[in-house]
Design a protein around this ligand. Structure first.
Ligand code: NAD
Length: 421
């Protein structure tokens, strides 16, 4: 993967400006939405297993809460920076607006490589970070969720720390301070696969519009964590063959297809796809050149650039990751006739089911998987239709169309409510 990454927030601003120009977004609303509302930077000490104290840097950026409480994941990665978190927070606002759910946009993270720490140290880091955030998060104000290198266990620690710091009366009614929790700690069934499930519904919608059959189709996936492994598994259950997979340990391929479930079980033990029996190792350019119907980037951002987009040999890019395609690559894909389902639509299944988890907690309910999947399908499929309608209306690419759907909704609410005072 390329080492140098352009500023992610610059990419967001370019995407935003393109849509705002095209739809002639009101200039006051444009200035408001081009800015993040709150940016919280915390530095906090944690005692390591050997008795030393390390100081960590954590971020929470709250972009906009016009449509509802701030909502967005927590990422633990060495690349986490204020620029990256601003970009990710802004995308969250658009995502909830497109999906028509009453939530705003936020994102957070800690600049660490979690693989370097013991479980006990990670728990300490998570708890001190949550404590440092204090009441800048809250069940009706800002609700974190999992993202890269964070999972249900981390969310359970965030929950427990938050609950330990609020008055006893608040504890029973604050379990929705975080989503993506383990089921036993108040999580929702279907949240683990939700992002990929939503991606599959988007791909099915794309396929139906083109009379394309997923059964017998071919795909390859970058990233084999939560989003990548579930995407591989669900696309495989829909009849597609998984030709290649890449993660931080390397890329592998098998012409006869990789068994996504067996690979997920292998990765759970070895922490990487490298060495998966029956697959051959390939290099990064060969991976990107895989001839297939679908490519699912589900790792990190800026993977498709002016250098790498020309290598693709696919019909569709379905963005599981946030920001995998930079603006240069967007133009190249469009020129080359490669369709794209943009991240702010394609991976919104995660925030949609997080919203369901939040609702279930507030109502003391536990929905069945069928109910979760049916409601997710309904919301994300109608979001796909709204984006397709706007793409036709303006004769534009799907990313800009998705932005216009989001910005129209936000602009309407700003106009109705006005600006205080
Ligand atoms: P994860 O930590 O579970 O998995 C990340 C994957 O990326 C791992 O397989 C890792 O090996 C791979 N990866 C890391 N560095 C890589 C590299 N240099 N080259 C190739 N692969 C590399 O994270 P996740 O939750 O699956 O998130 C993946 C993407 O999806 C992120 O962009 C995230 O923001 C986005 N996303 C996640 C959710 C969610 O619900 N988890 C929701 C929406 C969007």
């Amino acid at each position: 993967m390329p080492a140098k990454k352009p500023s992610l927030y610059e990419n967001v601003q370019k995407q935003f400006a393109k849509a705002a120009d095209l739809m002639q977004l009101d200039s006051d609303i444009r200035r408001i939405l081009a800015t993040t509302q709150n940016e919280i930077v915390v530095h906090f000490p944690v005692k390591m297993d050997d008795g030393r104290v390390e100081v960590f840097s954590g971020y929470r950026v709250q972009h906009n809460n016009t449509l509802g409480p701030f909502k967005g994941g927590l990422r633990f990665h060495p690349s986490v920076s204020i620029d990256e978190v601003r970009a990710l927070a802004t995308w969250m606002t658009w995502k909830s607006a497109i999906a028509n759910i009453p939530l705003g946009g936020a994102k957070g993270g800690i600049q660490i490589d979690p693989a370097k720490y013991s479980l006990r140290e990670l728990e300490g880091i998570t708890r001190r970070f949550t404590y440092a955030l204090g009441d800048t998060i809250g069940p009706e104000y800002d609700i974190p969720a999992p993202d890269v290198n964070t999972n249900g266990q981390i969310m359970a620690w965030v929950l427990d720390t938050y609950l330990s710091t609020v008055p006893p009366l608040e504890r029973q009614r604050s379990v929705h301070v975080v989503t993506g929790k383990p089921i036993e700690a108040g999580g929702s069934v279907g949240r683990d696969k939700a992002t990929a499930q939503g991606l599959l519904y988007c791909v099915q919608q794309w396929a139906a519009a083109r009379r394309f059959k997923l059964k017998g189709a071919t795909c390859f996936v970058q990233g084999f964590g939560n989003v990548g492994s579930w995407s591989g598994r669900l696309l495989q259950s829909a009849g597609a063959k998984l030709l290649a997979v890449e993660d931080h340990t390397g890329a592998i391929a098998a012409a006869k297809g990789l068994d996504a479930l067996a690979l997920a079980q292998y990765v759970a033990k070895t922490h990487g796809v490298a060495g998966f029996p029956g697959a051959k190792a390939i290099d990064h350019p060969t991976f990107l050149r895989t001839k297939a119907d679908l490519f699912v980037p589900a790792a990190l951002e800026n993977q498709l650039t002016a250098e790498t987009a020309p290598l693709l040999n696919v019909k569709l890019v379905a963005e599981g990751a946030n920001g995998p395609t930079d603006p240069d690559a967007d133009a190249i894909l469009r020129e080359r006739g490669i369709d794209l389902i943009p991240d702010i639509l394609c991976n919104s299944g995660g925030v949609i089911v997080s919203y369901f988890e939040w609702l279930q907690n507030k109502r003391s309910e536990a929905w069945e998987l069928e109910e979760v999947d049916t409601k997710l399908k309904r919301l994300i499929t109608s979001a796909c239709c709204r984006v397709a309608d706007v793409a036709r209306e303006f004769d534009i690419d799907s990313r800009t169309a998705a932005y216009i759907v989001a910005l129209r909704r936000l602009a309407t609410v700003y106009k109705e409510r006005g600006i205080f005072p």
